[in-house]
Design a protein around this ligand. Structure first.
Ligand code: PRP
Ligand code: URA
Length: 219
């Protein structure tokens, strides 16, 4: 797994969340012996922390309120409600945690699966809220491997009008970060780990295996 210095020296445009709690929980998730129940619960908890990181610079405005002591002005989020877009299926494992932190967010879904031979993303579902052009859109998917799925999802959202997009994942591969940076240089990536490489089947190494299967117990 790459550290901050290695990420910098490889010129990868990605924000690594190296908070000790995130790193500890991620290690528990990687363990092949971890149950689906625990895996889901850890993913949800890490998503809380990633959500705080990816929304760190959201704009605020001052609102007039009254505390029990006096009238004052205090900060609240400004602008239209943001949108979380989950890349199905595994994105839903992160979506729950993101919605715990921002329950008022709107939610979209892009259904994509990887063709196991070509590793190309195949779309089977698309449903997103209106007004994408006026909202921050945060795309969630635990795995950024070749990045074919994330690149396709973000392109679909741009075609639908989205202008302000961010991408958050649990584990990324250097190959995927590089491909995503090239395809969408305007979309920032937040991740809990940049792993070593992809294997010949397009799996992240060391990774955690198939995220969807581990979340939903479908293996
Ligand atoms: C996984 C994962 C990503 C994709 C990443 O989904 O959740 O969407 O692979 O791989 P890529 O970067 O090479 O495109 P998968 O296709 O296995 O579908 P699933 O979530 O339905 O299991
Ligand atoms: N998708 C996954 O779920 N895991 C990988 O390692 C790569 C793509």
């Amino acid at each position: 797994m790459l550290d901050q210095d290695q990420i910098r020296s490889m010129a990868l445009e990605v924000l690594l969340v190296d908070h000790p709690l995130v790193q500890h929980k991620l290690t528990l998730m990687r363990d092949v012996k971890q149950s689906s129940t625990q895996f889901r619960s850890l993913l949800r908890e890490i998503s809380w922390l990633l959500c705080f990181e990816i929304t760190r610079d959201l704009p605020l405005e001052q609102k007039a309120i009254e505390t029990p002591v006096e009238a004052t002005r205090a900060p609240v989020l400004s602008g239209k409600k943001l949108v979380f877009v989950s890349i199905l299926r595994a994105g839903n494992g992160m979506l729950d945690g993101m919605l715990d932190v921002i329950p008022s967010a709107r939610v979209g879904h892009v259904g994509l699966y990887r063709d196991h031979e070509t590793l190309e993303a195949v779309e089977y579902y698309y449903k997103v809220p209106g007004g994408l052009d006026q909202r921050l859109v945060i795309v969630v998917d635990p795995m950024l491997a070749t990045a074919n799925s994330a690149i396709a999802a973000v392109q679909r959202l741009k075609d639908g009008g989205a202008r302000n997009i961010r991408f958050v994942c649990l584990i990324s591969a250097p190959e995927g970060v590089r491909a995503f940076n090239r395809a969408h240089p305007d979309v920032s990536i937040v991740t809990a780990a940049v792993d070593n490489n992809l294997n010949e089947k397009g799996y992240i190494v060391p990774g955690l295996g198939d995220a969807g299967d581990r979340i939903f117990g479908t293996k």
